[in-house]
Write a protein that binds this ligand. Structure first.
Ligand SMILES: [Zn+2]
Length: 334
C-alpha cells in the first residue's frame, strides 16, 4: 500500500488520530424519520400509502432496483401499480415529509427469457451487496433498511410457537399469530455478530494485527476474525471465544469500536478491538484457510491498494465501506 493511504488523519468531531467510530458507515444513517408513533395507527398508514407523493422501495426476490445514479423509488401512479403487485408493504418512515414504503414484488414472474420482470420503472434489478458502496449513502441505507424488513416478513409467515399463519401489523414492524388462543406477536430479528481486530506482535516483536483468510473468499483477501454471538454470552465473551476457537490466541482488553448494519439477511456487525495476551497461533483448518500476524511495514510492503484482486497476486484488504476495513484502518492510522 502507498504510505499516504496509511497517513495519520485527525477526526473532526473527536480530534483523535483514528477512524472516528461516529462517522456514518455504509448501510447506516437511514435519512428517514421512522415515525414510530404512526406504526400502530392503521388509518394513518392507510392514508400515507395512498398519498401520490409516497415513495416505494421495491424488492424482487433478493434484488433491489437501481440505476447508476442511485436507488429507483417510484411515486405517483407507477407506485400505485406496483403496490397492487406487492405481497407485503412496510412503512419505513418519512423522508422530508414524504412517506416511504418497502414493497415485496417477489410474486411477479420473471420474463420468458428468465430475466427479472420489467415492471415499469427504469433501472436494473441488482444485488445490493454488489452495488451498495457505489450508491449515494442515503439510498444505500434506505435499501438496506427496507430489504431487512421485507426478508424478515418472508421468513416469519408462520408462528414459531404454534405453527399458525401470521399477519403483518404495525405498518409491517410486527407479525401477529392468527391463532386466536396463541396470538403471539413476532418482531423483526437482528442477529448480532462480532468482528474483531486482535492487536499483538509478529515474530520479530513488531506491533501487528491478526488477519485470516477463508477458502470461499477471493484469492488474496485478508481480513479480521468474526463470528455470531451465541446465547448465554456477552459480546466481550463472544469476541474472546471466537478468537480462541478460530486462531488459538487468547485476548483481553476487548473494546467496542463501532457497528454496521449488514442486512444479508439480518446481521448487525459489532466491531471490536482486543489485545492478544497468550496462546499459540494455530488456525482452525475447518474454519480458516490461514491466519497470520501483519505489521504496518508488512502491509505497506506487500498489500495492494485495491480492495479486490488486481491480477498481480498481491494480497489486499476488505473494501473501504466494510466495518472490517474500518477496524484495520483505525490501527494503520494510529
Ligand atoms: Zn401462534
Amino acid at each position: 500500500m502507498k504510505p499516504d493511504r496509511m497517513a495519520m488523519t485527525l477526526c473532526e468531531s473527536c480530534d483523535d488520530a483514528i477512524v472516528c467510530p461516529m462517522d456514518p458507515i455504509l448501510y447506516s444513517a437511514v435519512p428517514l424519520d421512522r415515525a414510530h408513533h404512526l406504526r400502530r395507527d392503521d388509518k394513518a398508514i392507510d392514508t400515507l400509502v395512498r398519498r401520490p407523493d409516497r415513495l416505494l422501495v421495491p424488492l424482487w426476490r433478493d434484488l433491489s432496483l437501481v440505476t447508476p445514479e442511485g436507488a429507483v423509488m417510484p411515486d405517483g401512479d407507477l407506485a400505485a401499480r406496483l403496490l397492487d403487485l406487492a405481497g407485503v408493504t412496510v412503512f419505513l418512515g418519512l423522508w422530508a415529509g414524504r412517506p416511504v414504503f418497502a414493497a415485496d414484488l417477489s410474486e411477479a414472474q420473471p420474463e420468458p427469457d428468465g430475466t427479472p420482470p420489467r415492471l415499469g420503472p427504469d433501472g436494473a434489478w441488482t444485488a445490493l451487496k454488489a452495488v451498495g458502496g457505489t450508491l449515494p449513502a442515503d439510498h444505500a441505507a434506505i435499501l438496506a433498511y427496507g430489504r431487512a424488513l421485507v426478508l424478515w416478513h418472508r421468513r416469519a409467515r408462520f408462528c414459531g410457537i404454534c405453527g399458525a399463519p401470521t399477519q403483518s401489523r404495525e405498518g409491517g414492524h410486527m407479525r401477529q399469530c392468527q391463532d386466536g388462543t396463541c396470538a403471539a406477536p413476532h418482531y423483526p430479528r437482528t442477529d448480532p455478530a462480532v468482528i474483531m481486530r486482535v492487536d499483538g506482535t509478529d515474530e520479530t516483536g513488531q506491533p501487528a494485527i491478526l488477519m485470516h483468510r477463508q477458502k470461499i473468499w477471493s484469492p488474496g483477501m485478508w481480513s479480521v476474525l468474526a463470528g455470531f454471538v451465541e446465547p448465554g454470552e456477552t459480546l466481550e465473551e463472544a469476541v474472546a471465544r471466537e478468537v480462541r476457537e478460530e486462531s488459538g490466541i487468547e485476548v483481553a482488553a476487548v473494546r467496542y469500536h463501532s457497528g454496521q448494519p449488514w442486512p444479508f439477511p439480518s446481521s448487525l456487525m459489532l466491531g471490536f478491538s482486543a489485545t492478544a495476551i497468550g496462546g499459540t497461533l494455530a488456525p482452525d483448518p475447518d474454519e480458516l484457510e490461514d491466519a497470520q500476524w501483519f505489521s504496518k511495514a508488512r502491509i505497506a510492503a506487500e498489500f495492494s491498494d485495491a480492495h479486490r484482486t488486481d491480477g498481480s497476486g498481491r494480497p489486499f484488504l476488505p473494501r473501504p465501506d466494510a466495518i472490517a476495513r474500518r477496524l484495520v484502518d483505525d490501527w494503520l492510522r494510529r
